[in-house]
Design a protein. Structure first.
Length: 127
């Protein structure tokens, strides 16, 4: 039993040490496409789907918009750009949805929190 408790304590200390070794360099303006750990929406993919399904206003749009945006080192979304437009109203709606995202858990590369490009399809269907 003592060995199990010691193993758990050692495991936790290794985790804490790794978490503390993440470096944030505010002067680095590089935007990465490939990272070691992808940015994560709070609550994961299912929470992201719920947010989109609950907040989307499709109007007369049917189809898909593809958006590109940056997830900053602090988790905020910036520089939203539509790379595959559908219609002016759908594009505006996609931008509105993405701009309303809460902070993501940021990307990590080489044990450093980094800016990361993120591409997201948003599907519209008439209700």
């Amino acid at each position: 039993m003592k060995n199990l408790i010691l193993t758990i304590i050692l495991s936790l200390s290794v985790f804490v040490t790794k978490a503390q070794s993440i470096d944030i360099n505010p002067k680095d303006t590089t935007i990465y496409n490939r990272v070691d750990i992808q940015p994560e929406y709070p609550g994961g993919f299912k929470a992201l789907q719920n947010y989109l399904n609950s907040n989307i206003k499709p109007g007369d749009n049917k189809g898909m918009v593809i958006a590109l945006f940056i997830i900053e080192r602090d988790g905020k979304v910036s520089k939203i750009k539509i790379v595959k437009p559908l219609s002016q109203s759908a594009d505006k709606e996609a931008i509105r949805l993405i701009a309303g995202f809460p902070k993501f858990k940021p990307a990590i590369k080489d044990h450093k929190v980094v800016r990361c490009a993120f591409t997201m399809p948003i599907r519209f269907a008439k209700l």
